[in-house]
Design a protein around this ligand. Structure first.
Ligand code: ADP
Ligand code: MG
Length: 609
């Protein structure tokens, strides 16, 4: 995740106090000259270093629990940029106002902190171990859930570290440290029984020393009288650099016995509770205040990874499923021109999974053609495997032809949103639409055009997990083709179609981008119908007049800007999904840094653009 200040020209990253003073000296030492750097003690904190009367002043800026930033005792601001902006107008306790940014000299990049690198590695290890993911599924989990995972890591990562030994006593700690070699700085951390504190046990001169690590009321970790840290692992990393009152710097971890590559395989406490929710995909109202149980992440659900990612299940996977392994429920999930979609259960070798079954209606005349269509849909779906796309489990030919799919039980986005409007903050919609862009980027990379992307075809697993569905109109492009030409117009969703689809029957990933823009518009207007006053065939005239859907109320400007770019008339000038996904990601991460919207699902103050 990029630093929230990464874009500021006067942000230097993880430089020392001495280096900061050197830069200020070089820039001339005038009153109000300032720069911003990373704080080494707090997670996401900064320091403002500035000059007044030829003297240096350093003000720590903390990231508070609710995600805002403040100088001790000062007002809260939603980001470091906003905070600096504020103090450039009002000194409000500082030695003077921030008058002149000391920008990085050309050629000087901001310096990533050791925590930035650690955090990325840790995130990867944490996701890999907690959800047993590899390859693409792992990458997609990291990209789509970075803000949430980062928060989990901050508070629980120490449980995964090789130096963390859980709740062992002092004697046991000594026994472990005295066994084998006893180099200076060999250490471990343990939880003290019946207290909220921890202990650091460290070898020096063949003797073990113990230090209490307090966990104070504000949630900070400290060795009494010492520096305070947001997390235990930051304290450890810091003590590796500076002894800070302890007898020696920390060097070699005394491993807890279950180590693999520096990270222990001991089941951490949080993932255990997460495992229990594995099969819970449904929607539940979310806790309303911060600090309660973490919410269900896509990786916690049973539909994140393919059921066939299990080697036992893939062994003799067949496209046609045995009818006796399929239980069809009476409950109807939805209907279409082809027939209906019912709920069901499919018995796999090692587990049973909930499925949605698209059942073909038998209707004499055109039976062959609808059958062919469903076979085509199945053929496309069979080739796709992505966490943000509804997967096909297989086909079943029995009383009728059936397409068996993963279940997305919270239903289509256009129905979900109006019903839950008050419980869904804007940040939640950004998160879902980012997921849709990830799924679409996957289709683009694999040369598939969807041709029916719309909110009605985005199905929700739960409030924080979306999947693209309905491949009834989709096409696989030949390797060197960038578009598909439809021979004749059909029952087309014209309001979602780009001009070249309507005018020349030309379909490509770029025309899917146009539809993505309309889908975004539906999402940010909480399920409204697009171009309400127009008929399908009137929309193209409207577009030709260079008119577009207007910005939904309360939709952030950054999101409307992306929609407008998706509606670029000429397809060559329109962004592709690679770009759309990256822009969605930047905005999604930036608001995740600033608000608790995503962490708790609790409605926060809504901001207009
Ligand atoms: P159509 O081609 O007629 O639009 P869809 O594939 O969009 O058919 O399915 C119609 C409806 O069935 C959806 O709107 C949804 O309510 C339900 N449905 C389809 N697939 C699933 C699924 N995998 N999980 C849950 N519900 C589904
Ligand atoms: Mg549909």
């Amino acid at each position: 995740m990029p630093d929230a200040a990464a874009h500021l020209p006067f942000f230097y990253g993880s430089i020392s106090r001495a280096d900061a003073e050197e830069f200020l000296k070089l820039a001339g030492m005038m009153d109000g000259l300032f720069l911003l750097r990373q704080c080494h003690r707090t997670l996401g904190g900064y320091v403002i270093s500035m000059v007044f009367n030829l003297q240096f002043h350093h003000y720590p800026v903390e990231r508070q629990l609710n995600g805002t930033y403040a100088i001790m005792g000062g007002k809260s601001h939603c980001g470091p940029a906003e905070l600096c902006e504020y103090y450039s107008k009002d000194a409000d306790g500082l030695c003077c106002v921030l008058r002149r940014p000391c920008n990085r000299p050309s050629g000087v990049e901001y310096k990533p902190g050791i925590f930035d690198n650690i955090r990325d590695n840790m995130m990867r290890e944490y996701v890999r171990q907690t959800w047993k993911l590899e390859g693409d599924a792992l990458e997609q989990a990291i990209i789509s859930q970075a803000p949430q995972v980062e928060k989990l890591i901050a508070t629980t990562a120490h449980e995964q570290m090789s130096w963390f030994h859980g709740s062992i006593g002092r004697e046991e700690a000594e026994r472990k440290l005295y066994s084998g070699a006893q180099p200076d700085g060999k250490f471990l951390i343990r939880k003290r029984k019946e207290s909220d504190s921890y202990a650091l046990s460290i070898v020096y001169g063949k003797t073990v020393y113990h230090y209490i690590i307090e966990h104070d009321k504000s949630g900070k970790y400290l060795i009494p009288e010492g520096t305070k840290f947001d997390t235990l692992w930051q304290l450890v990393e810091y003590l590796k650099l500076k002894p800070d009152g302890v007898i020696t710097v920390l060097r070699e971890a005394c491993p807890n016995g279950n180590v693999s590559a520096g990270i222990c395989a001991m089941p951490p406490s949080l993932p255990q509770t997460r495992q229990q929710s594995t099969n819970f995909d449904g929607y539940t109202p979310e806790p309303s205040s911060a600090g309660e149980k973490p919410r269900i992440l896509p990786m916690d659900t049973s539909v994140y990874d393919s059921p066939y990612s299990d080697p036992e299940e893939i062994k003799d996977r067949k496209v046609f499923l045995k009818r006796e392994l399929l239980l069809i429920d009476e409950v109807e999930l939805g209907a279409g021109n082809f027939g209906c979609v019912k709920k069901g259960v499919y018995k796999m070798k090692r587990r049973q999974i909930d499925v949605a079954i698209k059942i073909l209606k038998m209707q004499g005349d055109n039976e062959k053609s609808v059958k062919d269509e469903m076979m085509k849909e199945a053929e496309i779906m069979h080739q796709l495997d992505n966490p943000y796309i509804v997967r096909m489990i297989g086909l079943c030919q029995a009383e009728c032809l059936m397409l068996v799919m993963e279940m997305a039980s919270a239903g289509p986005l256009n129905k979900f949103l109006p019903a839950k409007k008050d419980e869904i903050p804007m940040g939640n919609i950004v998160e879902l639409m980012h997921q849709v862009s990830l799924g679409m980027k996957y289709l683009e990379e694999h040369n598939f055009v969807h041709r029916d992307l719309a909110a009605r075809n985005v199905l929700l697993v739960n409030q924080h997990y979306a999947k693209i569905s309905d491949f009834g109109l989709s096409k696989a492009l030949a390797a060197d083709d960038s578009y598909y030409t439809a021979r004749s117009g059909g029952k087309w969703p014209l309001k979602w179609y780009a001009p070249e689809c309507i005018l020349y029957h030309k379909f490509s990933s770029r025309s899917d981008v146009w539809s993505y823009g309309v889908t975004m518009w539906e999402a940010f207007s909480y399920g409204q119908k697009p171009y309400k006053k127009l008929k399908g065939n009137e929309v193209i005239e409207f577009i030709k007049k260079n008119e577009r859907l207007s910005c939904p109320a309360e939709c952030p400007k950054e999101m409307y800007d992306i929609m407008m770019d998706c509606w670029t008339f000429k397809m060559e000038d329109r962004p592709d999904f690679k770009e759309v996904e990256s822009r969605m990601r930047v905005y999604y991460y930036s608001i995740a840094n600033k608000t608790e919207d995503l962490a708790t699902g609790a409605p926060t103050e809504k901001k207009t653009a």
